[in-house]
Design a protein around this ligand. Structure first.
Ligand code: IPD
Ligand code: CA
Ligand code: CA
Length: 261
């Protein structure tokens, strides 16, 4: 299944690439949440191929109405993760596809056709970038850890979420090496998987943002949990916390620290 999946995603990558270098109309799903005809076009392309080739699976995808689709044997699709980057020609954007069997992780594929980075993993078989095995960083000192995060679209409308983002940065920033915010949750998880970042956290993500990245990171030796350090549950947890495993407890502890202004 993995090879077929990769071939289809690579084909879809050509649509992303074409759109990236074109002028495009942008529509707003919410105050900060963008969508283009390429998000919809890539999603339709992938859905048609997946449903045709993988008859035992349903497809849960960002731009679709998923209300009547049960999460079970599911291919979870984000047609463009990092749409704001895609629109502004920041080359940190990708297609993300996570495959689950009986709700259990099976295959993850994240493809950035602009930088030609293909991240793949199948449970029990390790994680790869363009066919080369990747592993998490061995850094064990939190002060030397490069941490990535993202800002939820709700920061434009929900003061509690905005305050939470600021509070966590205020506590984490002086205690780690530095913080990055590159704008693609799927790639953020892959960057922890390949050892570029030691850790990553974000709130309010959807299953399609992380369905593939968490499989890739786990296979690279990393760890993914909720804010309370329990196993991360797709579709349920507000926060995702991911790391090279070694600094995980420090990251969790620092994220849970309450700053009093
Ligand atoms: C977004 C990206 C971004 C994250 C947002 C996501 P989209 O996905 O992953 O990094 O901060 O919360 O919604 O909208 O570009 O598919
Ligand atoms: Ca996304
Ligand atoms: Ca998207």
């Amino acid at each position: 299944m993995k090879e077929k999946l990769i071939n289809i995603i690579k084909e879809a990558g050509n649509i992303l690439k074409e759109g990236y270098y074109s002028n495009k109309d942008v529509n707003f799903k919410a105050k900060k949440d963008l969508v283009t005809k390429y998000d919809v076009g890539i999603e339709n392309f992938l859905k048609e191929k997946f449903l045709n080739q993988f008859k035992d699976f349903n497809v849960i995808a960002e731009e679709s109405d998923n209300s009547n689709i049960d999460f079970n044997n599911s291919i979870i699709v984000d047609p463009i993760d990092g749409t704001t980057n895609f629109v502004n020609q920041v080359p940190h954007t990708c297609i993300s596809v996570g495959v689950y069997k009986n709700k259990k992780p099976f295959i993850g594929v994240v493809y950035n056709p602009i930088l030609d980075e293909l991240y793949t993993a199948q449970v029990g078989q390790g994680a790869y970038l363009n066919g080369k095995k990747i592993e998490v960083s061995k850094q064990n000192i939190f002060q030397k850890a490069l941490i990535s995060t993202g800002f939820p679209y709700s920061s434009g409308t929900c003061e509690n979420d905005l305050n939470d983002v600021v509070q966590k940065i205020k506590y984490i920033l002086p205690r780690c090496q530095d913080i990055r915010r590159l704008g693609s949750a799927a790639l953020d998880l892959c960057y922890v998987a390949k050892g570029t970042y030691e850790g990553y956290y974000e709130m309010n993500l959807k299953a399609w943002d992380v369905s593939a990245g968490i499989i890739i990171l786990n296979e690279a030796g990393g760890k993914v949990t909720s804010l309370s350090n329990n196993e991360y549950k797709l579709f349920e947890d507000k926060y995702i916390v991911a790391s090279n495993n070694i600094i995980h407890n420090d990251l969790i502890e620092n994220l849970n620290h309450k700053v009093i202004y």
